[in-house]
Design a protein around this ligand. Structure first.
Ligand SMILES: NC(=O)c1ccc[n+]([C@@H]2O[C@H](COP(=O)([O-])OP(=O)(O)OC[C@H]3O[C@@H](n4cnc5c(N)ncnc54)[C@H](O)[C@@H]3O)[C@@H](O)[C@H]2O)c1
Length: 424
């Protein structure tokens, strides 16, 4: 059994912590946000992730998981310290490394002899060197190990990683981290830290490219009478392509893809290369938001002064995360065109800074009363099973813009709805 510290109790930190306790290690998580810390200490999860709360409660009960407010309390005893703090988008698209540098500076004087620091946060090329420079300890090695989990399945993804990337020039440190994580039975890729850091950004850029690609294909399908859902299956079954991240929608968002695209473009620019392919990926993503707003406007007739009902605010289903959600940006653009937006999302019950100007209701039907159009912006499964007769009877104008191709158009049209999806 090893002693581990995890700095940052967010999506990555908590998934890492419960994975390490699952492997039989003792874990102390440092979380500076007092509200988050209190929730964690009470055995509850501050984020919506399947299986997380149970594992936190179990870890506390068994005495193998604990939560503290300071990294300096978590780090001293640890053989391995996992840095899992946020690296948000800073100025001109660059990653803001201040949280990472701060965490590294905090732990530097208290780390045990020969401790290994594992960077799980997504950081641009060269950042492991930044952490090494901040820590400035010959005996402490820094291993870059980017995280690939997806929100909504964070615990599962962390317990069953598709691969583990370890970037470090010190083979002894790599071997120790590999031995710690080996029971997860994932392929382990050992490389240097710039490659490890590039792997994470390249992976997210590729996923974003797939989303923009299929959204562009959906636009073509609309013009020529093709069905993008069939096209998606037809190309996705090709193992060289794959169906994942090939669903048309309102575009990519969330806390990772937009910022990681900005960061790899900035790194490329520093290296003297203009990553124009990703400029196009971002442009298509932005156009997609307008394409959906225009669809809603066409059906609301007129948008100006009308109520638009929105179902779904999170950036994707099975998470409560609102960061950089395309749904919220669409709502903002609707309001800019003078529509009143009334929204329902199963995970949103109260006001949040991101939701300013949007009326939030806690019942999907309440959102549609008097609305001139209903926009489905997040793919929550429960939206499929609602009573659409009831929805139709309450709306001023029965029109649905389904930006996730979630619903079956035929029964809705029979009920009298105007229905428009994406690329079909
Ligand atoms: N969310 C994802 O799906 C995901 C997936 C893969 C990689 N990542 C990357 O992992 C990193 C973390 O992402 P996240 O979504 O878990 O972030 P998050 O914002 O959910 O969590 C970070 C946590 O760290 C805490 N924190 C910050 N500084 C601290 C300090 N000095 N001491 C103790 N706690 C501190 C914050 O209060 C916060 O709770 C980012 O670099 C992100 O890009 C995220």
């Amino acid at each position: 059994m090893s002693k581990c510290a995890v700095i940052g109790g967010g999506y990555v930190g908590l998934a890492t912590a419960v994975t390490l306790t699952h492997l039989g290690h003792e874990v102390t998580v440092a979380e500076i946000d007092p509200e988050r810390l209190e929730t964690l200490r009470a055995g509850r999860s501050p984020i919506l992730e399947a299986g997380l709360e149970e594992r936190i409660a179990q870890g506390l009960e068994e005495g193998v998981l604990s939560f503290v407010s300071k990294s300096t309390e978590a780090a001293p005893e640890a053989d391995f310290v996992f840095l899992c703090v946020q690296t948000p988008m800073g100025s001109r698209g660059r990653a803001d490394l201040s949280y990472l540098e701060q965490a590294a500076a905090e732990i530097a004087p208290v780390l045990a002899q020969e401790a290994i620091v594992v960077t799980k946060s997504t950081v641009p090329v060269g950042s492991s060197r930044v952490v090494e420079r901040v820590i400035r300890r010959e005996d402490v090695k820094v291993v870059s190990s980017p995280e690939f989990l997806q929100e909504g399945s964070a615990v599962h993804d962390s317990l069953h990683p598709t691969r583990i990337v370890l970037g470090c020039d010190d083979q002894t440190a790599v071997a120790k981290v590999a031995a710690l994580l080996e029971p997860l039975n994932a392929p382990i890729i050992v490389t240097n830290s710039p490659s490890a850091e590039t792997i994470k950004y390249a992976a997210n850029s590729f996923l974003a490219t797939k989303i923009s690609f299929i959204n562009a294909v959906a636009a073509v399908c609309e013009g020529i009478g093709a069905n993008v859902d069939d096209v998606m299956l037809g190309i996705g079954y090709d193992p060289r392509i794959g169906v994942e991240f090939l669903r048309p929608g309102p575009g990519f968002g969330g806390s990772c893809l937009p910022k990681d695209l900005g960061a790899i473009k900035a790194s490329a620019e520093d290296a003297g290369y203009r990553f124009e392919l990703l400029d196009a990926v971002e442009k298509v993503n932005d156009q997609q938001l307008d394409r959906i707003v225009n669809k809603i406007a066409r059906h609301a007739r007129p948008l100006n002064g009308s109520i638009v009902a929105v179902w779904g605010l999170t950036f994707k289903a099975r998470t409560a995360d609102l960061r950089d959600s395309p749904a919220i940006e669409i709502a903002r653009r609707l309001r800019e065109r003078n529509a009143k937006v009334v929204a329902y999302d199963p995970t949103v019950t109260g006001p949040a800074p991101e939701l300013e100007g949007i009326e939030i209701v806690t019942d999907p039907y309440a959102a549609t009363i008097g609305a001139s159009a209903l926009a489905i912006l997040t793919e929550w499964d429960e939206f499929r099973w609602l009573d659409f007769e009831k929805v139709e009877s309450g709306m001023k104008h029965a029109a649905i813009v389904d930006a996730r191709n979630l619903l079956d158009p035929a029964p809705l049209r029979r009920l009298g709805f105007e229905y428009e999806g994406l690329g079909r």
